[in-house]
Ligand binder design. Structure first.
Ligand SMILES: Nc1ncnc2c1ncn2[C@@H]1O[C@H](COP(=O)(O)OP(=O)(O)OP(=O)(O)O)[C@@H](O)[C@H]1O
Length: 861
């Protein structure tokens, strides 16, 4: 390590003591993974976390020598010692190896089950640690398993076979069964040989009081599994140090490292070295293009590091900083800034309106000038015609006069030959002719007419000349005013453009601030509602409007809001309002209700017709906001599906239709899903009624009841900004989940057991998703059930969610209520991260397109 760099990188240097030496200068993937392992192990030991079975299994798999502890068998895990409700068993090293080998193979190949972004997340066991799930793995442990479950308990499990299949199992009356398929719905005895061919995981909903272990096992396995992540690998040419091998490590300290051949370790790269990396340079250039005011390249790189080298995120952070600095400088709150922005927008809008009025007035003036010019032109034309006809008349008269003169007899002579004007001469000659040969009266008349004609000719000539002069002046004036209008117009267009741009920026910043505010409140908000029931007294206490203490508990459960049995539907809806606004701005939003049967989920979501619940109110609110935003054109489409026994039914299709789920990356599709346009309140009710009708038909056909299936009402909302042309796509998913009660008694048989298995699978999968999000797992197991898979876009890191946990007031239901509250409490600790807006910029318009017809008019002139 050179002296120049050592001081800079000293503080940021990873603990290199434990990092194994590389075999060659270019470090292998295995070395990188070992580096991660060591780091994670250090982190775990710092946290006092022995890492349970997971880390041991991973180490065993990756060939590390630290598996000795795993020989303690069987032993209660840390989880259990800390009061987690699910026991966890430690297993022997051999067991561990055979188990994890199977599990590892399973995640290598089949179905892409736990495959995400080119990385593999191994080991069903990771869920054991994370979700308080029991590892019931090997044959001779079956006895041990039996001891853990109560005799009359029914326990649902998932068996991950080495061939990649995940099967639903059930432990009942001391026997284990496997579900043949969701179609046949028959339970077969669990084959004995399978105990050595895979992993059994008990499905249970995450409990908030269970410690969540870190993602060491999954991350460790990521690289050892042999997936390619080499796009994070590179080289830099340092002016003094020459060529250096670099790598972007993926742990949360996601920073560029370089391989230091002197020390034989990976070192954290000083910020300014990153400028030598073409990859980083490119990112910096992109950011500088987008934010020209952001000049400090070191700042940019530091932000990039913090944002996992995602330029978009770095830009968003920069904009957010801007706001924060503004805020601290001015000492104003986010709300004040929003209000200020609103004011600015309003002022800009006013200014724009004034400019528009001015512009249209200018065009009106221009139009009237043009008309005047046309009138003048036609007048000139008329005059010219008149003039030319008069000239013709004058010529004719002259000719006639000449002819008359010629007709005069040679003898006739004038009495006196006075040198006078031609008229006088004519007159004299007239007299002569009159006297000698021609009718004197005729001559007199002709002379008078000629005289008059001449006079009017002269007058007309003068008048025409005058008119022409006036016209010339007017034309000059028109040309001048047209020219000035043209100049003013281009100035105004430019101003208008600037105002438009400012308006767009202000609107974006307002949205950004609004979302920041939401993020501060949490992108997942959890509300608890206790049902009103006049048959029983409420057994819970409500110390505050954010806390509930169920009967028998000492400590209250905290939520974003707790609603007592007296809370009205309108009050319930109030707190979901902000999240609805987000949907209009192009976010994926999900509102769902969880709780045991009869706890009031449907009442909360749907509600009676005379006092509707969140569903109708949300859509009405959406319609209201959409109608208020005149500058954006919205299109709302609704669809309704039901998930029963892991099958998805389309409830708006005229004939009962089962839908297949298709996934493309993070996008989830339901081909052939029926969508209905929503334009008014009436449409909502009609759609709801239709869905309800089809649901009861489907329920009868499937022999299900509403509480046995999940109901999802999905609204897709497309908004097109008429000013900026940007298109936003938001979705609102309203989900009434199936009853969460436990099937704990042996009376449950047949169809009910299959339904219970399906509900248990999907709700525990939902718990797993929440738990993975809570502990910021790289992999979130959305695909573990149809419900979570379908909800993926609404539950991911770029969405906003709202969960209602519904509890019964009755003392008899207190166990279920506590379980529900634990589920909600677990979900409350999730931070979904920064929600992402689905907005596409408008395509660039042609240079002059904004002034359109006005320009055309000007060109015509
Ligand atoms: N807050 C409340 N005020 C008045 N009645 C309520 C309230 N909550 C629920 N109820 C009534 O309790 C009964 C059961 O409620 P609901 O059907 O909403 O429960 P659920 O949790 O959706 O049950 P399931 O899981 O079976 O669908 C209904 O008759 C409903 O009208």
């Amino acid at each position: 390590m050179g002296s120049s760099a050592s001081s800079e990188s000293e503080s940021s240097r990873p603990s290199s003591r434990n990092i194994p030496s590389p075999r060659s200068q270019a470090p292998s993937r295995r070395e990188r993974s070992t580096f991660k392992e060591v780091q994670l192990n250090q982190r775990d030991s710092q946290l006092g976390n022995p890492s349970g079975g997971e880390t041991m299994a991973t180490q065993s798999h990756s060939g590390s020598e630290q598996t000795d502890q795993s020989n303690i068998s069987p032993q209660r895990s840390n989880t259990q010692q800390q009061g987690g409700s699910q026991p966890q068993i430690r297993i022997t090293r051999q067991e561990s190896q055979s188990r994890w080998q199977g599990a590892y193979q399973q995640y290598q190949y089949p179905q892409g089950y736990y495959h995400n972004s080119g990385q593999r997340y191994g080991q069903g066991g990771q869920y054991g640690g994370m979700y308080g799930v029991t590892q019931a793995a090997v044959g001779h442990q079956q006895q041990q398993q039996r001891l853990q479950y109560k005799e009359d308990d029914i326990v649902f499990e998932t068996f991950y076979h080495v061939n990649g299949q995940a099967l639903t199992c059930m432990y009942k009356n001391g026997q284990r069964y496997v579900l043949d398929s969701w179609q046949t719905q028959t339970w077969q005895p669990f084959p004995m040989q399978w105990y050595n061919q895979g992993t059994l995981v008990t499905n249970s909903v995450v409990k908030s009081d269970q410690p969540v272990q870190n993602e060491a096992s999954s991350s460790n396995n990521t690289t050892t599994a042999g997936t390619s992540i080499d796009d994070r690998e590179g080289k830099i040419a340092h002016p003094k140090r020459g060529k250096l091998h670099t790598y972007l490590f993926e742990e949360k300290r996601n920073v560029h490292c370089y391989y230091d051949t002197n020390s034989g370790t990976w070192m954290k790269m000083p910020v300014h070295w990153e400028l030598y990396s073409p990859l980083v340079r490119q990112m910096v250039a992109t950011i500088k293009d987008d934010c020209p005011e952001w000049k400090n390249e070191h700042d940019i790189i530091a932000t990039l590091r913090a944002c996992n080298y995602k330029p978009d995120d770095a830009i968003a952070t920069f904009l957010a900083w801007d706001e924060i600095f503004d805020q601290s400088a001015g000492g104003t709150s986010d709300i004040n800034i929003i209000l200020e922005k609103d004011e600015n927008i309003a002022t800009l809008e006013k200014k724009r309106d004034v400019l528009c009025v001015q512009l249209s007035k200018s065009f009106e003036d221009l139009e009237s000038e043009r008309k005047q010019k046309q009138i003048l032109e036609s007048r000139v034309h008329e005059l010219q015609e008149q003039l030319s006809s008069m000239e013709v008349e004058a010529r004719t008269a002259t000719v006639a006069l000449e002819a008359l003169q010629n007709q005069r007899p040679k003898t006739a002579r004038p009495k006196t030959a006075r040198p006078k004007t031609p008229q006088v001469e004519y007159r004299t000659e007239y007299i002569e002719i009159e006297k000698d040969t021609v009718d004197p009266a005729l001559v007199e008349d002709t002379a008078t007419a000629t005289k008059d004609l001449h006079k009017s000719f002269l007058m007309l000539k003068r008048e025409t000349q005058q008119h022409l002069q006036d016209l010339g002046k007017m034309l000059t004036q028109v040309v001048t005013s047209v020219m000035s209008l043209k100049t003013a117009d281009s100035g105004q267009s430019k101003e208008l453009q600037e105002i438009k741009e400012l308006y767009r920026r202000e609107t974006m910043q307002r949205k950004l601030l609004y979302n920041k505010l939401q993020e501060l409140k949490g992108n997942i908000r959890v509300f608890c509602r206790c049902r009103y029931d006049n048959r029983v007294d409420c057994s819970h206490n409500f110390p505050s409007d954010q806390e509930v203490t169920p009967l028998g508990s000492k400590k209250p459960f905290s939520f974003d809001r707790v609603f007592t049995p007296q809370a009205t539907q309108a009050e319930i809806f109030e707190d979901t309002l902000p999240i609805i606004t987000s949907c209009v701005d192009g976010y994926n939003v999900c509102i769902m209700a969880y709780g045991q049967t009869g706890s009031g989920k449907t009442h909360t979501m749907m509600g009676p017709k005379n006092d509707p619940g969140v569903n109708i109110r949300s859509i009405e609110e959406l319609l209201r906001i959409c109608s208020e935003r005149e500058k954006v054109q919205y299109k709302l489409e609704a669809s309704m599906v039901e998930i029963y026994n892991e099958t998805i039914q389309d409830l708006l299709s005229p004939t009962p239709t089962t839908l297949e789920l298709r996934a493309q990356g993070n996008k989830i599709n339901l081909p052939n899903l029926t969508k209905k346009l929503v334009e008014s309140k009436d449409d909502i009710q009609k759609i709801m009624d239709m869905g309800d009708k089809n649901r009861s038909v489907a329920s009868t056909k499937m022999n299900s009841t509403s509480s046995r299936s999940h109901l999802l009402f999905m609204i897709s909302l497309e908004g097109r900004d008429k000013v900026s042309g940007a298109v936003s796509n938001g979705t609102l998913t309203l989900c009434d989940l199936a009853g969460s009660e436990r099937i704990a008694k042996t009376e449950a048989t047949g169809q009910r057991l299959v339904e219970a298995a399906a509900i248990n699978k999907s709700l525990s999968a939902l718990g797993q998703v929440f738990a993975a999000l809570k502990s910021n797992q790289l992999h979130v197991p959305y695909r573990n059930s149809k419900l979570t898979h379908l909800l993926q876009p609404s539950l991911g890191g770029d969405a906003k969610a709202c969960l209602f946990v519904n509890i019964s007031p009755a003392e008899s239901n207190v166990t279920e209520s506590v379980s529900t509250l634990q589920f909600g409490s677990g979900a409350k600790q999730i931070s979904l991260g920064q929600a992402k807006q689905n907005v596409k910029k408008a395509p660039l318009k042609s240079k002059n397109s904004n002034i359109g017809p006005a320009n055309w008019d000007l060109d015509q002139l």
